[in-house]
Design a protein around this ligand. Structure first.
Ligand SMILES: *Cc1c(COP(=O)(O)O)cnc(C)c1O
Length: 395
């Protein structure tokens, strides 16, 4: 089973026909607690001397199937699921960091993640700093750094980090390399293959794929996962519910098919608008002029489903553009089968402040598109129409 190919594992990994009932789909074990029989067994379960389910905050069979499927797809030893991507990040951080530690990251990051690092971790004596690039990271890394954190591609400018280099630099000072793989999914990039120690996902996005559930997951070496399960899950408690786990299991079966469609649509959109007069710049790692194109071509199977446009005329243009899209629904989040659009500077990244936004290239004219699986020709027509409104006002 584990030797089978990605598409086969997407369908089969993590579950088999239920031995008790023959159920073909993974049952939703909608239960908070599990009768453990006798007092002695209760003692053994709580002490970790025997493996088994006893309380759904710490483990649930539907959630477990999701963890196993994700670990199989990422090629890692184990995984721990959480109620959201942010729940996963906070549990991971509270498990592994202590006062005096430093966290280094390559930005820009998802606004919520950067906010958690800067505003929450700082309160607990953890110093967080942003490296401008790999050279800067290398120059500033010391053994005080416990974690080097990257997203690839990043949100929303689709900057690419060379995962092999990040892992190598982190390991030189004894730090853990952690990658948020939400934008790529394991179908396009498997960071563990490049030496990354832990991979994090907002399952809310492509893993679920249908915009109907919030969840997160961390995956990596078994010993790290055991630590995160015991500390981060047990004591932080952002546990994934069985209904959501069921939806993620269902979504992941079609992950490769959906990603093929997302990537094809995004590439067509990026190419079509690369030279448009209303657009200053199209950000897409699949375009040869993208600064991360070569690294992306090496570490991604395809270039993903996210495209950003930096419109001439700043916020006024971005607003007209977004307000005139019909197929692209204006909403945060991404990775749904439906196309979505948003204005990062005023929504997801608003809290970061003007100075950080300017440095990270999250300009007032930047519009982010999550290209869905609709026919790319319809999406391109929709985008063309909205851009005509921008040009009509600019004239
Ligand atoms: C959405 C997102 C998160 C946060 O995940 P939630 O499930 O919303 O908590 C983290 N990282 C990235 C890259 C995201 O897109």
């Amino acid at each position: 089973m584990d030797n089978s190919r990605f598409r086969t594992r997407a369908v089969h990994a993590g579950h088999e026909v239920d031995p008790g009932t023959g159920a073909h789909a993974v049952p939703i074990y909608q239960t908070s607690t599990f009768g453990y029989g006798d007092a002695d067994r209760g003692e053994r379960l709580f002490a970790g001397k025997e493996q088994g389910y006893f309380y759904s905050r710490l483990g649930n069979p539907t959630v477990r199937a999701f963890e196993e499927k994700l670990a199989s797809l990422e090629g890692t030893e184990d995984a721990v699921a959480f109620a959201s991507g942010m729940g996963a990040l906070s549990a991971l951080s509270l498990t592994l960091l202590e006062p005096g530690n430093e966290v280094a990251f390559l930005g820009p990051l998802y606004g919520g993640s950067e906010g958690f690092f800067r505003h929450i971790l700082a309160k607990f004596g953890v110093t967080v700093w942003e490296a401008e690039n790999l050279q800067d990271l290398q120059a500033r890394l010391t053994p005080r750094v416990r974690m080097v954190y990257v997203e690839t591609p990043t949100n929303p400018t689709l900057r690419i980090s060379d995962l092999r280099e990040v892992a190598r630099l982190a390991h030189r000072v004894g730090a853990l390399a952690v990658a948020d793989n939400t934008f790529s999914t394991p179908y396009l990039t498997r960071p563990a293959e490049h030496g990354v120690d832990m991979v994090l996902h907002s399952a809310t996005k492509y893993l679920g794929g249908h915009g109907d559930a919030i969840g997160g997951v961390v995956t990596g070496h078994a010993d790290l996962m055991a630590e995160i399960r015991v500390t981060g899950l047990r004591h932080v408690g952002a546990s994934l519910g069985p209904q959501e786990a069921y939806l993620f299991l269902r979504g992941m079966k079609t992950l490769p098919l959906r990603m093929d469609a997302h990537c094809e649509g995004a590439l067509q959109v990026a190419r079509h608008f690369a030279q448009h007069p209303a657009i200053r710049r199209v950000f897409y790692p699949g375009l040869p002029d993208h600064e991360g194109h070569e690294v992306a071509a090496r570490q991604m199977a395809q270039f993903g489903g996210m495209v950003s446009f930096d419109l001439r005329g700043g916020y006024d243009s971005a607003k007209i553009f977004l307000d005139h899209l019909q197929l692209f629904v204006q909403a945060v989040s991404l990775g749904d089968v439906e196309s979505l659009s948003c204005h990062p500077a005023s929504t997801t990244h608003q809290l970061l402040g003007a100075e950080t936004l300017a440095r990270q290239g999250v300009t007032p004219g930047l519009a982010r598109l999550s290209v869905g699986i609709e026919d790319p020709a319809d999406l391109i027509e929709d985008l063309e129409r909205a851009l005509e409104h921008v040009e009509a006002v600019a004239r």
